[in-house]
Design a protein around this ligand. Structure first.
Ligand code: NAD
Ligand code: UPG
Length: 450
């Protein structure tokens, strides 16, 4: 089979590469010339573990190629996946200009039957807008070419995208014809070896499933963050509570880790978009509105702790910050909690020297000279009044605390991901704040309370 994937971002590139791995011929199309040039040279524009090896292998076999020309890209394909961005519009609803722009271009160039699949995360009804856009363009050309639309939302997570795609928990496909169903069945057969289901449904339900899944996961996180904050007030330990509830198989132990709020290119925008969709239908999604506001508040929780400890004026204070990406194993900083923390600390006069194992280039692009950039995690904390842990990269989990002690002015840590053990911190003589657990206050350190 031949397929085309339009958009070579986190989703499109992983989708194209993983399909090529099954033996299918894949053409990837992107409007970004620089990106396409890089990809043609075997360079991957994003950081995604495992993708480089897979892409190289499939490029060597000639199963995947890259072009900026949609017309050429779709020429011989049986199926076209649309995987372009759907960023939030001004009011929070999903901006469909890229998806519908691609649909129109497909209508302008297609010559024979295709299944046109929306893989981007799109509001209910979008696949039919894609269908109308293609039909309008065909009508302008005065041609009748049969085609089908389908919805195939993607559930991969950045940082484990390749694994998630190759071994999915499930694959959801919305179709309205048996012909399209057959094509999708053939395409996904190689990914069903782990016994997980390929779920066919109507297109509306498929589109809705994606938003419901992300919203449910975001709800779990906001719920836990809310509980964590209460744990601190009542003297409970959220980690024990998490284990206590997570071992109930009805609740499950995934996505209940408290922290500095969820970020990334998906949860914030998708929760917002679903709230807007509901509003349009005159239905208020109260739970999700609370999920959003708890998340907004959570991004400031560490700064509140810092203010309580050092006072509201942070002029002359130096902070080492570990972790800029919105989560480990990615260089993506979209909606990263680090951005909010940096903004708020800077507004209070603080200096920040930050380190991230892979997101330094992206951070410099976004933040410019707002912060200093360290060459490694230890360089970040030289003469620091405190270390702030924002992203739980595994190399931050077991630092040499003796080096920390030597390099820092104050032995204090604000841990937004609960990666250290409060008892150990106490033994080492650190002042240690985390999320949903009692603070450890070193007696040696002077603290200024407001
Ligand atoms: N990032 C994730 O983890 C993830 C997971 C599941 C679903 N999604 C959804 O998938 C979609 C894509 O997300 P992403 O993170 O891959 O986006 P991205 O911003 O990383 O990539 C989008 C790509 O589309 C290209 N593009 C835009 N307009 C184009 C056009 N007219 N023709 C060809 N290419 C075009 C851009 O140049 C860019 O390379 C979004 O709807 C997102 O919500 C994302
Ligand atoms: O217990 C948890 C789990 C996650 N997070 C945070 O939640 C955000 C999102 O994390 P994650 O879901 O791992 O990353 P994404 O790559 O954004 O993936 C989500 O968004 C994608 C885009 O829609 C979906 O495809 C995935 O299924 C969905 O998990 C990050 O800021 C995490 O730090 C927590 O705070 N606590």
């Amino acid at each position: 089979m031949n397929i085309t994937v339009i958009g070579t971002g986190y989703v499109g590139l992983v989708t194209g590469t993983c399909f090529a791995e099954t033996g299918i011929n894949v053409v990837c199309v992107d409007i970004d010339e620089k990106k396409v040039e890089k990809l043609r040279n075997g360079e991957i524009p994003i950081y995604e573990p495992g993708l480089d090896v897979l892409l190289e292998r499939n490029m060597d076999k000639g199963r995947i190629s890259f072009t900026t020309s949609l017309e050429k890209g779709i020429k011989n394909s049986d199926a076209i996946f649309i995987a372009v961005g759907t960023p939030p519009d001004e009011d929070g609803s999903a901006d469909l200009k890229y998806v519908l722009g691609v649909a129109r271009e497909i209508g302008q160039h297609m010559e024979d039957y295709k299944v046109i699949i929306t893989k981007s995360t799109v509001p209910v009804g979008t696949s039919f807008k894609v269908k109308s856009a293609v039909e309008e363009e065909l009508a302008k050309r005065d041609v009748r070419i049969p085609f089908d639309v389908a919805s195939n939302p993607e559930f991969l997570k950045e940082g484990s995208a390749v694994d998630d795609f190759l071994k999915p928990d499930r694959i959801v496909v919305g179709v309205e014809s048996k012909r399209a169903e057959k094509v999708m069945k053939r395409l996904y057969k190689p990914f069903l070896m782990n016994g997980h289901p390929l779920l066919f449904m109507d297109i509306f339900s498929s589109e809705m499933t994606k938003y419901a899944a992300n919203s449910m996961l975001a709800t779990k996180i906001s719920f836990m963050n809310d509980i964590a904050n209460l744990c601190e007030l009542v003297g409970a330990n959220v980690d024990l509570v998490r284990k206590g509830i997570g071992s109930d198989s009805r609740i499950g132990n995934k996505f209940i880790y408290p922290g500095t709020g969820y970020g990334g290119s998906c949860f914030p925008k998708d929760v917002q978009a679903l709230v807007r969709t509901a509003d349009e239908y005159g239905h208020s999604l109260e739970v999700l509105k609370a999920v959003e506001s708890v998340n907004y508040r959570q991004k400031s929780v560490l700064v509140e702790k810092i203010k309580n400890h050092f006072g509201k004026n942070l002029k002359g204070k130096q902070f080492g910050l570990w972790g800029l990406a919105f989560k480990p194993k990615t260089d993506d900083m979209r909606e990263a909690p680090s951005l909010v923390i940096i903004d708020e600390l800077k507004a209070l006069g603080a200096n920040i020297r930050a380190y991230d194992p892979v997101a330094m280039e992206e951070a410099e692009r976004i933040l410019g000279d707002k912060i200093e950039y360290a060459k490694d995690e230890y360089d970040a904390i030289i003469d620091a009044d405190a270390l702030i842990v924002v992203t739980e990269w595994s190399e931050f989990r077991m630092p040499n605390f003796r080096i920390l002690e030597k390099l820092m002015i104050n032995k204090s840590i604000f841990d937004g991901r609960n990666i250290y053990d409060p008892e150990e911190m106490e033994e080492l003589g650190f002042t240690y704040y985390s999320i949903g657990r009692d603070a450890v206050l070193s007696t040696k350190e002077e603290t200024v309370k407001i």
